[in-house]
Design a protein around this ligand. Structure first.
Ligand SMILES: Cc1cc2nc3c(=O)[nH]c(=O)nc-3n(C[C@H](O)[C@H](O)[C@H](O)COP(=O)(O)O)c2cc1C
Ligand code: SF4
Ligand code: SF4
Length: 423
């Protein structure tokens, strides 16, 4: 059986699954229950200068019968006294010495950082996570994403923390930037042992159309919040891979954002994360979700002959290329399996209205649609809409053209071959 032992920037845990800093990691009792379910680590709900939260504070994006594919919050850092949190951290570490407890911090001045870092380490923290990511409430006070969006300040505060800390320091990055690389590099220059990403994305989750007020509502008002949950995974993957593939970036990544299953976790690991953190899925379905995640990851590694996490971390990174290096002559077409097709014609509508008008109703009223393969551009849309798994397959076509890229075309002026569907 695969060994799931994890080392992310020097923080060691029995497996790569950590609770993200958020309500599920708000108290000692919760974190201990989470560890009992199998979580390998927990990033404690961010400690800092006492704040008061508003009511209400969460919102969900519900889509065609599925609840909360996206989630939004206007919550701040912990609203419990620092002393209480530190006492509980010490108790958790005493009872669960092998699990990782990472303490998330967000304060303002150098003296405050020094003080809180020392107290967190005295309480038993295995690592620290600097919250440079919160996109609401704290950034207006010069903290959270206000730091994460400014590389010079990120680097300076990171270097303070590294100077004061005797345990590894992770910097949690905000996705509310156009390019994540300068921000990861700033953390690295500041001496961070790793980065965590992503925190939540600045957003408005929706509007109550009868009251004509944004959600979540606080008396008659609301504000922008932080978006997370399954819907943000593609953004988080993109940012994780962006850092992992950068030739000058060489510190570990803790991947966060929309992880709801073992498959999601595997994707983050393959794109360069050494550990993964989960918030929304636990808020929606409880600590128990980790049981499937551990089993799924373990089975996946066994089935691919992987013995340790080193065999998986970053394996898909080399497959990430610039668009200009993709082979313009590679060609696929859609093919329907007549045995499993249920004749719903969703693919016909999609191809006719949203793609390249090459799927037609079956001849003489036949159940199975007909694809004009000479016109199919291999865009995948029909496969995406088809409700039957595996019914439409994208098959490779041998067209006799050698590989050619856009970058070669620009560099040499070589002619591009005429493409299908370009009429
Ligand atoms: C209600 C709520 C509160 C959060 N509080 C914090 C926090 O105190 N500190 C922090 O670094 N991130 C906080 N986050 C962000 C999460 O740690 C995580 O980065 C984000 O939710 C993306 O992960 P997910 O898609 O698994 O939820 C919070 C998220 C939610 C939903
Ligand atoms: S792959 Fe695209 S172009 Fe080809 S049949 Fe499907 S929807 Fe149409
Ligand atoms: S969408 Fe799938 S099941 Fe429906 S008609 Fe097309 S191939 Fe058949």
């Amino acid at each position: 059986m695969a060994d799931l032992t994890t080392n992310c920037g020097g923080i060691v845990s029995p497996n790569p699954f950590w609770l993200a800093s958020a309500p599920p990691a708000n108290s000692g009792d919760q974190v201990m229950r989470a560890f009992d379910h199998g979580w390998g680590g927990a990033v404690w709900k961010t400690l800092g200068t006492p704040i008061q939260n508003v009511s209400s504070r969460f919102g969900g994006l519900h889509y065609k019968g599925t609840k909360a594919i996206g989630f939004n919050n206007i919550e701040l850092i912990t609203d419990r006294p620092i002393e209480t949190n530190l006492k509980e951290i010490a108790e958790v570490k005493r009872r669960y010495p092998k699990h990782a407890v990472i303490v998330s911090l967000m304060v303002e001045t150098r003296d405050e950082w020094q003080d809180l870092i020392k107290r967190s380490i005295d309480a038993g923290a295995d690592g620290l996570e600097l919250n440079f990511g919160c996109p609401h409430g704290m950034c207006e006070r010069g903290m959270g994403s206000a730091v994460g969006q400014e590389p010079r300040i990120n680097e300076r505060i990171t270097s303070w923390a590294v100077e004061f800390s005797t345990v590894p320091v992770l910097v949690k990055l905000t996705p509310n930037v156009s390019d994540i690389v300068p921000h990861g590099m700033a953390a690295q220059r500041g001496g961070a042992h790793g980065v965590s990403l992503i925190n939540t994305i600045k957003s408005i989750i929706g509007v109550d159309i009868d009251r004509m007020v944004l959600e979540p509502r606080v008396r008659g008002l609301s504000t922008n919040g932080g978006y997370c949950g399954a819907a943000v995974k593609p953004i988080a993957l993109h940012m994780t891979a962006g850092l992992a593939r950068h030739p000058d970036f060489n510190i570990p990544i803790s991947g966060i954002g929309g992880i709801a299953s073992w498959r999601d976790a595997v994707e983050f690991l393959l794109l360069g994360a050494s550990s993964v953190q989960v918030c929304t899925e636990v808020m929606l379905r409880g600590y128990r979700v980790v049981e499937d995640m551990i089993e799924g990851l373990s089975n996946y590694m066994d089935s691919h002959g992987m013995k340790t996490l080193d065999d998986i971390v970053g394996r898909a990174v080399p497959s990430y290329s610039e668009w200009g290096e993709l082979d313009l002559n590679y060609e696929t077409i859609a093919r329907i399996d007549p045995e499993t097709c249920i004749g719903c014609y969703d693919c016909v509508v999609a191809c006719q209205d949203g793609a390249h008008q090459c799927i037609y109703p079956g001849d003489n009223g036949a159940r199975v649609p007909r694809i004009d393969e000479s016109e199919c551009v291999g865009c995948n849309l029909c496969q995406i809409v088809c409700p039957v798994p595996g019914c439409i397959e994208m098959v490779e076509v041998e067209n006799g053209y050698p590989p050619a890229t856009w970058n070669q075309h620009v560099a040499t002026g070589a002619a591009l071959r005429p493409k299908k569907g370009a009429h």
